[in-house]
Design a protein around this ligand. Structure first.
Ligand code: SF4
Ligand code: SF4
Length: 442
């Protein structure tokens, strides 16, 4: 039985911003990138777990072969994304000072999967434990978030209070999610089947396709594809104001939906479409995620576009395939301009959690010079949590290197969305002041 499709739009109660960026690429078409001659496969993972190499320099590897084994929570298996020879291990320092390591594979030999008719495996008769083991074996991680292994998330939910609602998060509150949207359009069936597989493993009571209202048509396609399978599926239309996709804001609107409908939604497992397509790949195709859809753009890029890129391709190659730069960029980063991570080396590879690459002709928008607050109150208006960023900024200035309970009170509530930074006319580094307060308290 399918729940009736509701047309009410649920939005979080306060704050947020409308995030537009004309330099983001169009999401309506994708271009497949050339295969890299050298693939750089990271061993240190977004969740800071580490995989340990199971191949040596000089070994030949096949496309999709295990090359690094994860150990313990937070760590996932790593696979070769092209066939070839392992030629070296490299390490590099990232913008935050952390060191990453990777195996470099020189492309050689033939592909077993690329361009071939893919064999599919039936999973309906398998036990939940075996399905989870496949997800773990093929190194599936939360590809839209912090990179937590999906097998870890499943284990943590085994004891969660019932009922459990699986939320397929298709909330596009940021134009730099163009690549995730493109994946939804091109791999809609895989996303839906991925959600069925997860539902089977953790005995989900309900699947909620949380879709921003501007993408209602996409949500209807999900519901049509889901059909009448059990558990029942529902579409909930949500706002597209940033940061609607944040876990806190999303849960808030889903609870409102549940209350209005008189439904107990219980514990949420929130996964994005890219992760669910990777679950499908692991279970139905018995292969790891080999590529990533990436939105490439920014004012410095000649031809912004969404690209399908092999994981391990160097960032410099991806920009080159977009025509390179109009002029030397002042700022290059991965992610979205609001939450991006600065790229210091164009030899860094595309990883499983990469979704956007941008290069701008202008520098960072946030000035560092303090003391120019004009008390306009804009930062308070947009904070979805109801914090006072101006107050925290001033506390941070006053306390210098010291802090106390009073100065930190409330700061941990900040979710780092950076709405306050965007609207501050004095361009003060508000969110980083709040993080500094929190860090000093740890
Ligand atoms: S938005 Fe900036 S200038 Fe306005 S009150 Fe907040 S910190 Fe001060
Ligand atoms: S970064 Fe923190 S303080 Fe600023 S708007 Fe977001 S939640 Fe509020």
């Amino acid at each position: 039985m399918r729940d009736k499709v509701l047309m009410k739009v649920y939005s979080f109660s306060r704050g947020g911003i409308s995030f537009e960026d004309p330099s983001a690429p169009s999401r309506d078409s994708t271009v497949t990138a050339f295969l890299p001659n050298f693939s750089v496969i990271p061993l240190i993972q977004p969740s800071w777990g580490r995989a340990y190499p199971v191949v040596s320099i000089g070994d030949r590897v096949r496309e999709g072969m295990l090359i690094g084994r994860g150990q313990g929570m937070g760590s996932a298996n790593v696979h070769a994304t092209v066939p070839g020879k392992v030629v070296k291990m490299v390490s590099w320092k990232m913008a935050g000072g952390q060191v990453n390591e990777a195996l470099v594979i020189r492309l050689e030999g033939s592909f077993e999967k690329l361009g071939k008719q893919e064999e599919t495996f039936s999973w309906e008769g398998m036990q939940p434990y075996d399905l989870q083991r496949l997800i773990s074996e093929f190194g599936v991680i939360e590809m839209e978030g912090g990179g937590r292994p999906v097998s870890d998330i499943i284990s943590s939910l085994m004891e969660a209070p019932q009922p459990i609602s699986l939320v397929v998060c298709c909330v596009f509150d940021d134009p730099w999610l163009a690549a995730d949207y493109a994946l939804c359009k091109e791999r809609l069936r895989s996303v839906v089947e991925g959600s069925r597989i997860i539902s089977r493993i953790i005995k989900v009571d309900r699947v909620i396709f949380a879709v921003s209202y501007r993408e209602k048509e996409l949500g209807e396609q999900f519901i049509m594809e889901a059909g009448t399978w059990d558990p029942p599926s529902t579409m909930v239309l949500v706002g597209s104001r940033y940061p609607q996709r944040n876990r806190r804001e999303l849960e808030q609107v889903l609870r409102s939906y549940g209350k209005k409908e008189g439904m107990e939604l219980g514990s949420f497992m929130i996964l994005g479409p890219v992760t669910l397509a990777a679950v499908y790949d692991a279970v139905k195709l018995r292969k790891p995620a080999l590529e990533r859809y990436i939105a490439v753009g920014g004012s410095a890029v000649k031809t912004p576009q969404v690209m399908k890129v092999r994981i391990g391709t160097r960032i410099g190659q991806v920009f080159a395939e977009c025509g390179g730069f109009i002029k030397n960029p002042r700022r290059i980063a991965s992610g979205s301009p609001l939450l991006g991570r600065a790229i210091v080396d164009l030899d860094e590879p595309i990883g499983k959690t990469s979704y956007g690459l941008f290069a701008y002709l202008d520098g960072p928008k946030i000035a560092t010079a303090p003391g120019t607050c004009i008390s306009c109150g804009e930062c308070r208006n947009v904070c979805p949590i109801g914090l006072d960023p101006e107050e925290f900024y001033k506390r941070n200035l006053i306390i210098g290197k010291h802090s106390d309970e009073f100065s930190q009170a409330g700061a941990v509530e900040c979710n780092g969305c950076r709405c306050c930074d965007v609207v501050c006319p004095s361009r003060l580094p508000l969110s980083s002041s709040i993080s500094a307060l929190v860090l000093r308290g740890n």
